[in-house]
Write a protein that binds this ligand. Structure first.
Ligand code: ZN
Length: 413
């Protein structure tokens, strides 16, 4: 699948001393060192293309963009893979509701997502993979699961059995009843007759009437969502046999912790015997005016609408950076107004050749970013520096700080 861009980040390691990076890991419930490496493997779950790109998506992809930028700026390479679930229930349901072809809806929304990511200056993934184009990989992954006796059939649909895996539950740390409830809310079928465990998940679904299907060794049908990400991550991130985990970072919104990332990591263990990721990183959900933002409430705020109404794309990034990525956040229009004011002042200062001293600011920016992407502190120190510059302080290196803010924070003039 074509991504977007190209957009690049410069290696700043010759001119900036970067501290070690610590990153929250949901599985260990701690902030853990991300060991310095020449190359990282990062997988971030992509959208199902029927309501791209609302602010919750933007907040998640911005989080991993900041991490991506930081890793590249330290001089490391990043193999970054993102999927797009271009066939799944929610897409088919939305197409029926709106009286459109599911594949046309998907194509339109994927294009809109590309435009939004380009406008927000998000570095594109190295590989951007659709579910449909990944069916041969999914088939192979299912074969490996079947070989390890972790699959079974219910009326020609294939299921992944979670009971073989003693580490199942190690990402989410939920009780069985909490898991069953979330599984039911998030596309699972815990009450289906014939299951060995209510949490076993669908990995290949035989074609249903009036739904699309594709040929595979497991029959004519389509893949389940979880195995799609497992298969894509394991193929395109090319795990190294010498590494302790298959990849470094698996990321997404906190609504993916269970069942999605729990299932992916369990399937990866069943296939490879290894842990999927060293860090499972999750961005908090975003609400609007005190309420949860969701498609069912009909209160989604779309990036494309904000841009169409003239919003400064960097101000959208700035407004989202004002809160820590892991926090459950609220959005309201005032936040964007405030961000636009601050960004306008920042732009004014970055155009000037006389700016307040920048050495301490640069040290603070990389220190805070390296500490679990502490963007609220980054925003504060930059605002203070802008204030000092506007009040006439001088002595800073305007070109260097401009490059730092562009490369690390995605600032575009
Ligand atoms: Zn995923």
């Amino acid at each position: 699948m074509k991504a977007w861009g190209p957009l690049t980040v410069k290696d700043l390691s010759a001119s900036i001393v970067f501290p070690q990076i610590h990153l929250s890991d949901t599985a260990s419930t701690s902030k853990k060192l991300l060991t310095k490496k020449p190359k990282y493997r990062m997988y971030v779950c992509g959208i199902t293309p029927y309501d791209a790109t609302h602010l919750g998506h933007a907040a998640t992809y911005l989080t991993f963009d900041l991490l991506h930028r930081l890793l590249l700026a330290t001089g490391s390479e990043v193999n970054y893979v993102q999927n797009i679930t271009d066939i799944d229930e929610p897409l088919l349901e939305r197409a029926v509701r709106d009286g459109v072809q599911w594949d046309e809806l998907a194509a339109d929304q994927i294009e809109l997502f590309r435009q939004d990511m380009t406008a927000l200056n998000v570095i594109p993934p190295t590989s951007y993979m659709g579910a449909i184009e990944s069916i041969p990989l999914v088939t192979l992954a299912i074969d490996k699961l079947a070989h390890n006796k972790t699959t079974y059939e219910i009326e020609n649909d294939m299921y992944f059995s979670v009971n073989h895996d003693g580490k199942f539950g190690s990402i989410s740390h939920l009780s069985k009843s909490e898991m069953v409830e979330l599984f039911s809310q998030r596309g699972g079928d815990p009450a289906l007759a014939g299951k060995k465990d209510s949490l076993d998940c669908l990995i290949w679904m035989q074609q249903r009437p009036n739904e699309p299907g594709w040929p595979s060794a497991h029959g004519f049908g389509r893949p389940g969502w979880h195995i799609e990400c497992t298969a894509i991550a394991m193929e395109f991130l090319k795990p190294d046999a010498h590494e302790e985990t298959l990849i470094d970072i698996q990321g997404g919104g906190s609504d993916l912790i269970f069942p999605h990332h729990e299932m992916c990591s369990s399937q990866a263990r069943a296939i490879s015997g290894k842990e999927l990721a060293s860090h499972y990183v999750h961005a908090g959900m975003i609400g609007l005016d005190g309420e949860k933002m969701s498609k069912s409430k009909g209160n989604l705020v779309f990036v494309s609408s904000l841009l169409a109404s003239g919003a400064d794309p960097f101000a959208i990034r700035w407004a989202l950076m004002r809160d820590h990525y892991r926090s459950e956040r609220m959005w309201n229009s005032e936040r964007l107004v405030q961000a636009e004011k601050e960004v306008a002042r920042l732009r004014q200062v970055l155009k000037s050749k006389t700016v307040a001293p920048t050495q301490a600011l640069e040290i603070d920016i990389v220190k805070f970013l390296s500490d679990d992407l502490d963007t609220p502190s980054v925003v504060n120190v930059i605002n203070n520096w802008v204030e000092a510059s506007l009040s006439g302080k001088s002595g800073g290196d305007h070109q260097k700080i401009r490059a730092t803010i562009q490369n690390l924070l995605g600032f575009a003039s």
